[in-house]
Design a binder for this molecule. Structure first.
Ligand SMILES: [Zn+2]
Length: 284
């Protein structure tokens, strides 16, 4: 059974002209429902306790009161609640995966640039890091893999999981590009920088290497930071993947046989709903 978690309230904040727009999730949600997918509300609520598993004390309060400065990541009244709802869907997806049902969180804001004590790159709370940390808290000793396929380096996730025992992080991303990190691997964080113009063939071969490393790490559950800004028509990157690539990416992930869940990160092209559907068709 496919499990796609979405809280429709996540469309209720925006800045005109900002690429991380409500239409991203609204469009994908409508597209999936028209195609017969049934979307589920989160079945748990992430709260300060879960946030503290991944972020420094005081981070959630700074998100709430806006005492941070990142021009890409504006403050909104209630943004802490929106970010918590996004984390709630990620935690719901993680618990579903652990129980043997692959799941996807179709939510905003994204999370993978949010570090231990940092709001950045459209991200406030790191949903994938919170979700994996909550699995580790509930299942001590579990080994976790995090695969980041957003076109941007998952610098916030790396900041949170670097050196954590039982976690292996692998990121495929375009270099040069924001945020300018992830040029080499360090400790349990494996980085696969790719040049602009990388097409499907090289991308999929690199993904196979990343997945092999995650399997070698002993990961039992795989969390995927699923960005779709690797697409050839994405307005803010140049990795040049095709619509059909996303089904192939998801197939390679599902062929690992690992318990798995994915969380929406970036993806700013008008074709985002089609890309997500292509991914989901092979992820479950
Ligand atoms: Zn991105």
């Amino acid at each position: 059974m496919s499990r796609v978690f979405c809280d429709p309230a996540c469309v209720r904040y925006h800045t005109p002209g900002h690429p991380e727009s409500p239409e991203r999730v609204e469009g994908a949600r409508a597209w999936l429902e028209r195609s017969g997918w049934r979307l589920l509300p989160p079945d748990c609520q992430a709260a300060a306790e879960e946030v503290s598993l991944a972020h420094d004390p005081g981070h959630l309060a700074r998100v709430r009161d806006g005492s941070y400065c990142d021009p890409d990541t504006p403050h909104y009244d209630g943004i802490d609640a929106f970010a918590l709802a996004s984390a709630s869907c990620a935690v719901s997806a993680a618990r579903s995966a652990l129980a043997g049902e692959p799941a996807f969180s179709l939510m905003r804001p994204p999370g993978h640039h949010a570090g231990k004590a940092r709001v950045a790159g459209f991200c406030y709370l790191n949903s994938v890091a919170i979700a994996t940390a909550s699995l580790a808290a509930r299942s001590p000793g579990i080994r976790l893999g995090i695969l980041d396929i957003d076109v941007h380096h998952g610098d916030g996730t790396q900041d949170i999981v670097l050196g954590l025992p039982g976690v292996c992080f692998a990121s495929l991303h375009q270099v040069p590009l924001y945020p300018g990190t992830g040029l080499r691997s360090v400790d349990n964080c494996l980085n696969f920088p790719l040049p602009p113009g990388t097409g499907e063939a090289v991308y999929l071969r690199t993904l196979e290497s990343a997945l092999a490393a995650l399997i070698d790490s002993g990961a039992e559950v795989l969390a995927v930071s699923a960005g779709f800004d690797t697409y050839k028509r994405d307005p803010i990157a140049q990795l040049k993947l095709e619509k059909t690539t996303y089904g192939r990416v998801a197939r390679l992930i599902s062929q690992t046989g690992l318990k798995r869940f994915a969380v929406l990160e970036g993806g700013y092209a008008a074709d985002l709903p089609v890309l997500i559907e292509s991914f989901l068709g092979s992820f479950f």
